[in-house]
Design a binder for this molecule. Structure first.
Ligand code: ATP
Ligand code: MG
Length: 527
């Protein structure tokens, strides 16, 4: 990654000023869904900074909200980070490890008359908060005595109140220009068992209260997050400046990754699943890491992509072609070649006497992949898209070259009753020295060497380029984003240990072993 961005510059300055002995970053996902390509950017930035400065990057699960977090997400997040190639500390952190400390810091704020227990309903709190144009209004419970607040806060903790009845709020400024500072909620009641602390607690800290303290407990030096938290920074610093904590972390924001024709918000992905537009989080059209793995993305292509993004504060939508090109580049190196036909037309070669045996390389430049034998028989399949049959006249003059083999010349076309092509007869031309210049080269497969197979091809999930900020994003769903085809493939691939292949002139495919093999497209050869 380019080290000239503002974060590296800031860290360099801090090191020069001897501000920190060790650089500590963290990646702090909320385990309420699976990781996506945006998280990969954040993982890349945080872990690479730690690596570069010989520091540490903590994985911390931000598990303060028992209603949304799940163990299965924790497991998968750990797996995905390891898959990307980053080593995790033995000591994985959880925000819930610090629940005792949060309680203690909340009491500190109450004792300093900087927090109070409010009895306003959630709706009223929102109403009293005001807007950008209208100042907020003080809650009638804002001026309770410190003693009463301590008693009430302990009652909150001891299950005296029901959910939503009361909450703890910071006492900052209801007229602040920054709405975040208008007495934000620090603690709320939830009668839910937490996956780690079970029923020990019924009060849970909010993100804003929890995050800055967790960063500081872990002595994080540079807490990096996305731009939407820019306004929260004032609150981040307010909390740290008003509690007694030895290390005070600092937050820095960078722009979120948005990818064209796709979305990454966990909330929106859940809507797609609920509406049955996609089945699951691993649907090959998504950009969650499990979906990308399922599609056939390599970790290298994801890391190379993150590397090229850099860090900035500029909001933008990155064209999906950029990551696809990194994928093509990587797959090109690791994929053996095979012949396969997705839109088959049967061809009969009229003048072939015996089969022609051809030895070809499995990979254009990597000798490790070895060679294979292919046979040209009388009956072959070629792809419909290679024959632009409009008028028979044109077809009459058609001469094409079969890749690695002969030049063939059109003879006759036979149609079925339903007007579809039954077969086309071609004859083999005698070798012409100039064939390279003249003829279109097409891929083919002998009927005898092939098996029938299902292909699944993918298009983008959304028709519009930038749907990240669109509320009505469902309007832009591409209804033709999965295309199923039946075609032919060289039967050798049944016993081939490789899972990923390049279908010559078509693209990269991954073998999915169901009862019958299916070949799923990873990516076409070129856009
Ligand atoms: P989502 O909106 O998808 O639910 P989130 O921000 O709520 O994402 P978290 O699990 O809280 O998800 O995110 C963990 C870290 O990953 C945060 O530091 C967050 O800023 C970062 N992150 C999330 N989405 C992106 C993105 N699209 N680009 C870059 N970083 C991201
Ligand atoms: Mg979130």
């Amino acid at each position: 990654m380019n080290k000239k961005n503002f974060i590296y510059k800031k860290i360099n300055k801090d090191i020069k000023n001897k501000k920190y002995k060790k650089i500590i970053t963290r990646f702090a996902p909320e385990p309420n869904g699976y990781l996506h390509i945006g998280h990969a950017k954040s993982i890349f930035i945080n872990f690479e900074i730690a690596k570069y400065y010989n520091g540490i990057c903590n994985l911390r699960f931000d598990d303060t909200n028992p209603s949304t977090i799940k163990k299965k997400y924790i497991k998968c997040i750990i797996k995905d980070i390891k898959w990307l190639g980053y080593k995790l500390n033995k000591n994985i952190k959880y925000t819930s490890n610090y629940f005792n400390k949060y309680y203690y810091y909340a009491l500190q704020l109450i004792k300093k008359n900087l927090a109070y227990v409010d009895e306003l309903s959630k709706k009223k709190i929102k109403k009293y908060r005001g807007t950008l144009l209208k100042k907020g209004k003080n809650s009638p419970f804002r001026n309770r005595s410190i003693k009463d607040n301590i008693i009430l806060f302990n009652k909150m903790k001891n299950k005296y109140f029901s959910e939503g009845e009361v909450c703890l709020r910071a006492k900052i400024n209801m007229s602040s220009k920054n709405i975040i500072l208008r007495d934000p909620v620090l603690y709320r009641i939830k009668y839910l068992s937490h996956i780690r602390t079970k029923n020990n607690w019924c009060i849970y800290p909010t993100y804003d209260f929890a995050h800055c303290i967790a960063d500081s407990i872990e002595k994080v030096t540079h807490s990096l997050c996305t731009l939407e938290f820019q306004n929260n920074k004032l609150l981040y610093n307010w909390i740290l400046n008003n509690i007694n904590i030895s290390h005070k972390s600092n937050q820095y924001e960078f722009s979120r990754l948005n990818i064209s024709n796709n979305l990454t918000s966990k909330r929106k992905i859940n809507i797609l699943i609920k509406k049955k537009i996609i089945k699951n989080w691993n649907d090959q059209r998504l950009m969650t890491l499990i979906a990308m793995k399922n599609r056939g993305y390599t970790k290298k292509s994801i890391l190379n992509f993150c590397k090229c993004l850099g860090i900035s504060k500029q909001e933008s939508v990155i064209n999906i072609n950029i990551i696809e090109n990194f994928l093509r580049k990587d797959l090109n190196k690791i994929s053996p070649r095979v012949m396969g036909i997705i839109n088959p037309i049967k061809i009969i070669l009229t003048n072939i006497k015996k089969k022609n045996i051809i030895y070809i390389k499995n990979h254009p430049y990597n000798k490790k992949f070895g060679k294979r034998k292919i046979n040209l028989y009388k009956k072959i399949y070629i792809d419909k898209n290679d024959l632009k049959i409009k008028k028979n006249k044109k077809l009459n003059k058609l001469k094409i070259k079969l890749k690695y083999s002969k030049i063939i010349k059109f003879k006759k076309i036979k149609f079925k009753k339903n007007k579809k092509i039954k077969y086309i007869k071609f004859s083999i031309l005698k070798q012409n020295k100039n064939y390279k210049k003249k003829y279109k080269i097409i891929h083919w497969i002998s009927k005898k060497d092939s098996i029938k197979i299902k292909f699944k091809l993918f298009n983008y999930l959304f028709k519009k380029n930038n749907i990240n900020k669109k509320k009505n994003f469902l309007k832009y769903i591409n209804k033709k984003s999965i295309i199923k085809k039946k075609g032919y493939i060289n039967k050798d691939i049944l016993n081939n240990k490789n899972k990923i292949f390049q279908l010559e002139r078509e693209g990269y495919f991954i073998k999915k072993n169901k009862k019958k093999i299916i070949l799923n497209q990873i990516i076409s050869l070129k856009k």
